[in-house]
Structures are given as C-alpha cells and as structure tokens.
Design a protein around this ligand. Structure first.
Ligand SMILES: *Cc1c(COP(=O)(O)O)cnc(C)c1O
Length: 379
C-alpha cells in the first residue's frame, strides 16, 4: 500500500493543460514580478473571498510580518497568539522585536482559547493573532468584541483556512487583516511560494502595498522601511488556474473528511470526546483508555464551513501516537505531526510562561492522516 499525505501530481493532472498555458502566457509576456497576472489574481481572489482589498505577497510568513508592521507592532510590543500553531505566527512577532504572549488551546477544535485571549489583554498588547488551525475558524466573536473594546487590531492567520467560515463569515474578513499562504500543502497551493493579505481598510491596504516594495509608492522614493515581499507573475498565473477549481476541491475535501470521520468510528472505535465547544472554558476531555482515538470537534466552522486543510486526530496515552505513526509508516501510509512542539517549548521562546497543558498534550497526541481515502483503516 502507498498512501501519501498529499499527491500534488495527481491533483494537478486534470488541469495540467491550463497550468501549461499559464506558463506560456507568462513566458511570452516577459513580465515576471508584480505584473498583470498578480493584479488579476488579486481581483479574482478578493471577489472569491468577498473582501475589498487583497494583496499578493511572497509567502504566508511575510504576510504575517507585513500585517503586524502595518498595524504598528514594533520593539517591546506584546502580541497575543496561540502557542499550538506553526512557527511563523509567533516568529513574525519576534522578527519585529515584539513579544509573543501565548495562549493555550481548546480541546474541541485545537484553536486558541478565546477566554484566555480576553483575560490576557494588557496595557502592552498591541495586536491579537487568531489562527484558524487546520482549516477551522477560531472562536472569533469574543475575541473581536474584546479587541474592539480595547482598540486592538485582530489579525487572522488564515494560512490553513482559505474558504473556511465562522457563522457564514469568510476567514480573513472578520478581523482587521487576514493573512494567507499558498505553500503547496495549503488548500490553494502555488507551484512554489506565495501569500496574501486581505483587509477591508483602504488605508491599511495602501500601506501594505508600499511595505511590499521597500516602503515606496513611487519607485525610489521611500516613505517607510519595508522590504521585498513581492509575488511572482508565474505563481499568480498558476494560482488563477487553481482558484477556479478551489470550490470543488474544498467540496471534495469535506466529503472525504465526512467519510473518514465515520470510518474511524466504525473501524477504529474512535470517539467524539466532546458534545459542545470548549473554546471559552476549562479543559474537559477526561481520561480515556490509552490508545483511544479522539476525533476533532467542529465548533466554529459548522457543516460545510471547515476546509480540512489537515485532518487531525488525537491518539490518547503516552507514546501511543508515535506507535500508531510508526505502524502506519511500515504499511506505506504517510502521516504527519502538526506540531510536535508548541511555541512556548521552543528553544528560541524559552523565556516565556511555561504552563499550557492542552497545547503540550496536543503536541504529544495529535496525528494528521491522509484524507483522500479510508482503505488504510482496514489494515
Ligand atoms: C503555512 C503557515 C504559515 C506560513 O506560510 P508560508 O507560506 O509557509 O510562509 C503561517 N501560519 C500558519 C498557521 C501556517 O499553516
């Protein structure tokens, strides 16, 4: 058996001719960076998401950096963010000299705990980054209302959540700024690197456009210190092709996720450990027999709103996750651990507060499974 996490060659096969035509178009144009393809892609994806401003950038990590810089995060500023996330979320804060203030995760959807965000807002809090982890939206309402009360901008790290919704609202349209990644493993993947920033605020959009090209609106006349965060024409042209198929690709992921959830319950006796969302409450998952498989709970992205960028289960009990991973690997089934170490336990962030019990537990117990089929559950 050979089951990869993701088979991009197979995924691209149905629109290979369109991708090749996009390549020819860019090759023939002689324009390779920030040109008509990027402009067209920005228009098309802005309309797909339903947001007035979309700015194509170099990648999702730089998108976060630009977003934080645009809202004025600088040395000494504190930014609240989850500890259980991809490094780039907290890394962007530190790259600007800011200090990430971590928040623990909720056991329902693995997203940041909204009640802890609200409780940790302090005088030095300059921004909040809510990550929509694995394709499911974080609990935005309490975060948005607390942020508004304190006049703090909210950045949505929607790198894994293009097309996800929270109560009908698209990821990347709820906060002050949304950031996206087109890394090949994301649901809209470039054939290389790319990223996007969304906002409803015209003046922030203009500032971000300047920051993208060394802080200059007019070439060689610099109003602020930016950098080179440009998106390539070739990637924009490929992304335009793939954007046309994104709706059906997400539909298929949702269908596969539904099948996998059901099959895991039937064949591996997986259980849904929660019957309601605990994004605003204490840890609720009790003790289960070691080896019990716990399924993710969909709370803030309801039916048809989760994008399942990763299908992540929990394998309860010390060392059990790694045993399962090894067993599957021996059978040719690829899995991945997102993420084996939370940010507060990373060498570069060690000075931070240390107690985030749920995030630590998740880093020991979660396993991402291939979504495309369920046959491997029979082995
Ligand atoms: C992928 C990802 C990023 C970074 O995107 P890149 O394009 O790889 O730089 C940031 N945040 C999260 C949550 C991600 O999953």
């Amino acid at each position: 058996m050979k089951v990869p996490m993701l088979d991009l060659v197979a995924e691209h096969a149905p629109y290979r001719t369109q991708l090749e035509a996009a390549f020819q178009r860019v090759l023939n144009s002689g324009r390779f960076v920030l040109g008509p393809e990027v402009e067209a892609f920005e228009r098309e994806i802005a309309s797909w998401i339903g947001v007035p401003h979309a700015i194509g950038v170099s990648n999702g990590s730089d998108a976060l950096l630009l977003a934080l810089q645009a809202v004025g995060v600088g040395p000494g500023d504190e930014v609240l963010c989850p500890t259980y996330t991809f490094f780039a979320t907290a890394g962007a804060v530190a790259r600007l000299g800011g200090k990430p203030i971590f928040v623990d995760s909720a056991e329902c959807c693995y997203n940041l705990r909204a009640d802890q965000v609200v409780a940790k807002i302090g005088p030095k809090t300059k921004a909040i980054i809510a990550v929509h982890l694995f394709g499911q939206c974080a609990d935005m309402d309490p975060i948005l209302s607390a942020a508004e009360k304190h006049g703090i901008p909210v950045i949505e790290d929607a790198a894994q959540a293009l097309g996800a919704k929270d109560k009908g609202r698209q990821a990347g349209t709820m906060g002050t700024i949304g950031t996206f990644s087109f890394f090949p493993t994301k649901n809209l993947g470039a054939l290389g690197e790319g990223g996007l920033i969304t906002t409803k605020d015209a003046s922030l959009a203009e500032k971000i456009r300047k920051l993208r090209v060394h802080g200059a609106k007019q070439k060689y006349f610099h109003e602020m210190i930016g950098g080179n965060f440009r998106l390539h024409e070739l990637q924009a042209a490929f992304l335009r092709v793939k954007l046309q198929h994104l709706g059906s690709a997400l539909g298929k992921r949702r269908q596969n996720a539904g099948k996998l959830l059901q099959a895991l319950q039937e064949r591996w006796s997986a259980i849904m450990p929660l019957s309601s969302c605990v994004c605003q409450g204490q840890r609720q998952v009790g003790d289960f027999k070691p080896g019990t498989i716990l399924l993710p709970f969909s709370c803030h992205s309801g039916e048809g709103e989760h994008t399942w960028n990763q299908f992540v289960i929990r394998m309860h009990g010390q060392g059990k996750r790694d045993e399962l991973r090894e067993k599957l690997a021996n059978e040719g089934v690829q899995t991945e651990v997102y993420y084996p170490r939370a940010m507060h336990e990373q060498e570069c962030f060690l000075s931070q507060e240390k107690s985030f019990p749920v995030a630590t537990l998740l880093s020991q117990e979660t396993l991402a499974l291939p979504l495309s089929e369920t046959r491997y559950l029979d082995s």
